[in-house]
Structure formats: C-alpha cells, structure tokens
Design a protein around this ligand. Structure first.
Ligand code: ZN
Length: 406
C-alpha cells in the first residue's frame, strides 16, 4: 500500500493582482518543486465544498477529509476548542473567543486587544466560573484567542455570535436563534458571565498595567461559532488508515483530533506566517514508518491573503516550495498538494474560486501541466472536482478502493 501525504496550503488560491503583472501570487511565485510535482503528476481544479460556495476553513477541511460538512459541521467552536486540547463532553456548548477591547458602553475598540498574547492571567481569573449550574471552561489558544466552553444541563448552541465581527460598533448581547427554552437559558447565563467578566477584567492588575503602558486592555470575550460537540467516525474506522496531522493552527489540530488523528507538537509551527515550515517536513520524515496518512497544514498564505499582503503571500508560497523539497525524494508515496479555499488579496476574504490540486505518485498517469497554479492545474487530467471527490481518488490511488460491482 502507498502512503499518502496530503498537503493543504490554507487560502492558497487567489485572483490576478495588478501589481504582480496581473498574475496570482501562486502564478507569480517561483515554485520549482511544486512545478516538478505538477509536471510528474495529475492536476485539476477543485471546489472544496461546492461550486459557488465560499468555504470556511472548517467546512472545507471536513469536506476534503471526507466528512460531509452539511452533516457533520456543528459550528466552529468545537473544532477550535479541540485544537487547543480541551476535553469536550456531549451537551457542552463550545465557542471560539477573541480577547477584545470594549469601552464602557460596550463598543468594540479592538477585536484583538492590540493582538495581546499573554492571556494566562485572564484565564486564571475566570476559568471554572459557575453561574446557575453552568461551568465556564477557558483555555488559551494562539495569540488573542481563547477556547471557551459552557458545560451544564439544558444548554443550546442556537445563539447568535456576540462578536459583531467589526470595530466601532456595540457588541451583540447573547440572543437566541430559536424559540427553545434551552437557547433562552443559554443566552441568559452567557450574558451574566460576560457582564461579570467585564467587571473583573476592568480591575485586573494586568489590564491596569497595560493601560499605564498605553496598551489596550483585554476586557471582553468576543464569543462566536457556538456549537455542540460533533460525533464523527474516526479516520481509522472510515478508511482503515493510521493518520497523523502536522499543523500549527488550532482549528486544524482540532479537526484532526476529533477524527482521531494523532497531532504531535511540531517545534516552530505557529499557525502564522512566521511558522517554520521545514520542521513539519522533518517531523513527517521522522514519523514516516509509523503512519499511512500524513495531513500537513500550512496556514500563512490565508492570513496574508486576508491582510491583502500579496508580496508576503508570494514569499510564503516560495517558503512552502522550498520546505517540501525533501518530499520529492520519497518514491513510494502519493503526494497531494492543494488548498482549502482561495483567499484573494484584493478581497481580503475567502472566495468561491476553485483551487489548484496536484497528485503525484511514481505510477500515476501524468498530464501536460507544467506549473502548479490556478490557471495551469485547471487544464489537467483530473478536470474539475469537488472536495468530496478527493478522498475517494486518494483511496483508489493508494490501492485500497473496493470494487463496485463484480
Ligand atoms: Zn482556510
């Protein structure tokens, strides 16, 4: 059986950028190694969730790994919380939260509290708070982010995001999205917690000190993405493969954990553009005999796309290209390179544009594609596929597909 290395470059796809000679960052970047894989392999264009759908990273990853997001996606919160290593029980409501800065009227000044990183004191002050029989469980995530779980009886995830997703406007108070008693109760308890925590955080020595230094205080939990704990069949049960995830970002490790993949720590993997990409590949080679399936995630291109930083995105793509060079020496693997969605720099957001996909194995039927990019890959033999097609193709190329018929 072949092993598979699936490399997902988050937000890799783009649209032509005027300053890059009207090329996309991927077309503009110098990528000899990615091009070599495209030359030796088969390529195509892919809509990860569906044609015309702007995928979130979470729904796109579920689809790519073979879990229909229409069935299994229960909100982003549970995936983020799993990613920072929080235990989740059935009935828990999990959120993702930013530590933000609000004024006394609860207007959002900064959704990231000046991109604060040292949130440990905040978490210590409020973790395990109990209100009306509901426990609030908090854990530090990357940067200003916090994993946020409500645990208790009679809770619902049908509540609106409290994060207004922009600055200069008031936070949303918890509001039920349906008429259920559970949703109303969840909102009441959450509102009590948010009010109480705002009073605590205003007086927290760390925040007083930050204000003295001219920094923004981290005084409010901007919660969003409420979800119940999803029940997912493990990757091992689904495909019979021992799988490992090599990622820095919490969401990706979270998805991997929820489907039972191992998620070892990778030194230097930060989930940010400064991430050391080579350590993931070194780790992969180190673990090569132990696993059948390697899910490698590179986050930076998405972040840079959202910042509109096309030059940074070009550089990051070139960093991916040089990091993956050692993989070209592996002879018995199926290597798949793709993205979860496009994040055009001009848009500073995800788009529904398809993404390039290339698959290489030593015995694969190749095509005439010479370069790994949006335009070239679309001309390849794989044609136009959807995310849900990816794993069946992989399983077949691994030699594991069952015969349909006789
Ligand atoms: Zn993404």
């Amino acid at each position: 059986m072949k092993k598979t290395i699936l490399i997902i470059c988050d937000g890799l796809g783009d649209r032509p950028v005027k300053e890059l000679e009207r090329k996309t960052p991927l077309e503009f970047a110098k990528t000899p190694n990615l091009d070599k894989l495209a030359q030796m392999g088969i390529s195509g264009a892919m809509n990860t969730v569906d044609i015309g759908v702007r995928p979130g990273s979470d729904t796109a990853h579920l689809a790519l790994l073979g879990y229909d997001p229409d069935v299994y996606y229960t909100g982003r919160g549970p995936f983020e919380c799993a990613g920072v290593g929080m235990e989740m029980l059935p009935g828990d409501i999990s959120f993702r939260a930013n530590m933000g800065t609000v004024d006394d009227e609860l207007n959002v000044i900064d959704r990231r509290a000046g991109r604060i990183d040292d949130t440990e004191e905040i978490i210590k002050a409020l973790n395990h708070t109990k209100i009306d029989g509901v426990e609030f469980i908090l854990k530090k995530a990357v940067g200003h982010r916090v994993g946020f779980i409500m645990r208790g009886k009679g809770l619902s995830s049908k509540i609106r995001d409290c994060d207004p997703h922009k600055e200069g406007v008031k936070v949303h108070l918890p509001e039920p999205l349906d008429e259920s008693t559970e949703a109303k109760f969840t909102c009441q308890v959450l509102e009590k917690f948010l009010k109480m925590s705002f009073d605590v955080l205003k007086k927290l020595p760390m925040n007083i000190e930050r204000e003295k230094q001219g920094k923004l205080p981290a005084n409010y939990f901007l919660v969003r993405g409420a979800g119940i704990t999803p029940q997912l069949k493990s990757f091992k049960d689904k495909y019979g493969l021992n799988a490992v995830c090599l990622a820095g970002g919490g969401l990706y490790k979270g998805i991997a954990k929820l489907i039972g993949m191992d998620t070892p720590e990778v030194i230097g993997a930060t989930g940010k553009p400064d991430s050391d990409l080579t350590t993931k590949i070194t780790k992969l080679i180190e673990l090569y005999d132990k696993y059948d399936f390697f899910f490698v995630h590179f986050k930076g291109a998405d972040t840079l796309g959202e910042d509109g930083d096309y030059e940074g995105k070009v550089k990051f793509i070139e960093k991916i290209d040089s990091a993956i060079e050692p993989l070209l020496k592996i002879e018995d693997a199926l290597i798949v390179i793709t993205a979860d969605h496009s994040t055009p720099c001009n848009l500073k957001a995800h788009s529904a544009d398809d993404v390039p996909v290339t698959m290489f194995a030593s015995d694969i039927r190749d095509d005439d594609v010479e370069h790994f990019n949006e335009k070239e890959c679309a001309k390849g033999r794989l044609g136009h596929i959807k995310g849900e097609n990816l794993m069946p193709i992989v399983i077949d190329l691994m030699g594991l597909a069952e015969l349909f018929g006789a």
